[in-house]
Ligand binder design. Structure first.
Ligand code: AMP
Ligand code: GLY
Length: 428
């Protein structure tokens, strides 16, 4: 089977790595790929992964049997629609389904219509009514650019002034271009976050192992929001009861709501959760956001735990047969630490040579994200999140120890990493 993976981040390296292990895989392409995928697959540099017709031409030229779309941008751009219409087997939702991530307003309206628990909100294109709504909700309050903003479009404002500045910057300052021409303003929710990722085949749902991500740049969840500085799986905050509650209150109503709207959702579906407890001690689970894809960096530790042939699972997802497969999970914990470039997230500096990397073993893996090979064949920094170093261990503490032992061997100028990935699970 020939496979094409679209994307070039750490998520795509991890997915490609899982597919490369399958005996069923013949040729494996990644577009554009990165310095890590170059070792296990063929990187396709010239292909624009957001151009459906160009991807289709590549698929036909290289007799690709299966396409996996990693990032949100090609999904929102409708690449899956073009491929599916041409009869290509593709895992990833159509543009309409991808609106769950592509438009926060769409996503909130969908949740409201389907009774899915989430924060109270308003959606605005004009400054005055937006500011009035901020006064009504009071601080802290959350301001979100409606469209895709590469994880930078959310401001958790601790004061009304901060919220005003964020709204002004999006609506009037056009900081996020069209993505910020509409803003969603919502209640601040307190609690512990978790990532809940499932595979959907239009009807059946196959949950992936649970995980938790660390969005802030600095230790103890301080500093600016990032795409994610580390993640681990499983996440003990998602107890079996909470897992059942999330399936019942959020995931099943979402898949059924999509189907009722005539959208056959096929692909990964990611609900960002906020978990808290009511006065009666009962868990309250609310949706912060939906993503129409796998998480990054959650994919990296989750793929470390997959023991099944992942190509079979993805094929079952495309064929509507997720009810007939099971993923065998490594019962150990996997924990991933992101090594980021100097200046990340605001102004990541590119170009530093990666001087040292630990060996990959069955218990430790370095997944690449923002890396590329330069003309001399050296691996250099080419993006903000550079690597994710994952360790497996019998406990969260052991996984943490293993991941950091490997991550400390990584050497490049300006490297930033958190030293406390997994602390919430350790403190439980
Ligand atoms: P999102 O892209 O919507 O997941 O937002 C990015 C991050 O902002 C989340 O992971 C949360 O840490 C935070 N966030 C988003 N919405 C809320 C909310 N309503 N209350 C508190 N924090 C939020
Ligand atoms: N790690 C957060 C995300 O993938 O959106």
């Amino acid at each position: 089977m020939n496979i094409l993976v679209l994307g070039g981040g750490g998520r795509e390296h991890a997915i490609t790595w899982a597919l490369a292990k399958s005996a069923r895989t013949d040729e494996l392409f990644v577009a554009p790929g990165n310095g890590g995928t170059a070792d296990i697959a063929q990187n396709v540099a010239g292909l624009n992964a957001e151009d459906g017709e160009a991807v289709l031409a590549f698929v036909q030229q290289h007799a690709i049997d299966l396409v996996v779309i990693g990032p949100e941008a090609p999904l929102v751009a409708g690449v899956a629609d073009v491929l599916r219409a041409a009869g290509v087997a593709v895992f990833g939702p159509d543009a309409q389904g991808a609106q769950l991530e592509g438009s926060k307003t769409y996503s909130k309206e969908f949740m409201e219509a389907n009774g899915i628990p989430t924060a109270r909100y308003g959606s605005f294109t004009e400054l005055e009514p937006a500011l009035a709504y901020v006064r009504e909700l009071g601080a802290p309050v959350v301001v979100k650019a409606d469209g895709l903003a590469a994880g930078k479009g959310v401001v958790v404002a601790m004061s009304e002034q901060e919220a005003h500045d964020a709204i002004d910057m999006m609506l009037e300052g056009h900081t996020f271009g069209n993505a910020g021409a509409r803003v969603v303003i919502e209640d601040f929710l307190d609690g512990e976050e978790a990532s809940f990722i499932v595979m959907v085949d239009g009807e059946n749902i196959l949950p992936m192992a649970t995980s938790q991500d660390h969005k802030r740049l600095l230790d103890a969840d301080q500093g600016p929001n990032t795409g994610g500085m580390g993640a681990y799986s499983p996440a003990p905050v998602v107890t079996p009861d909470i897992h059942a509650q999330v399936m019942r209150e959020i995931i099943r109503p979402t898949v059924q709501g999509m189907a009722a709207d005539g959208i056959r959702y096929t692909g990964f579906l990611y609900a960002g959760l906020m978990i808290s407890h009511g006065a009666d001690g009962k868990p309250i689970v609310r949706t912060l956001e939906f993503n129409c894809r796998f998480g990054d960096p959650e994919t990296q530790p989750i793929m470390m735990r997959v023991k099944s042939d992942f190509s079979e699972i993805i094929e079952a997802g495309i064929d509507g047969k997720l009810d007939s497969v099971e993923v065998e999970w490594d019962r150990r914990t996997a924990l991933g630490v992101v090594c980021a470039a100097r200046g990340y997230p605001a102004h990541p500096e590119k170009g530093a040579v990666i001087e040292e990397l630990p060996e990959n073993t069955a218990e430790q893996m370095v997944f690449h994200a923002g890396t590329a090979l330069n003309e001399e064949g050296l691996t250099v920094v080419s993006g903000g999140r550079v690597l994710c170093v994952v360790g497996l261990g019998e406990s969260i503490a052991a996984a943490q120890k293993s991941a950091y032992a490997a991550a400390r061997q990584v050497k490049f100028d300006g490297m930033q990493m958190r030293s406390d990935i997994g602390y919430r699970a350790l403190n439980r």
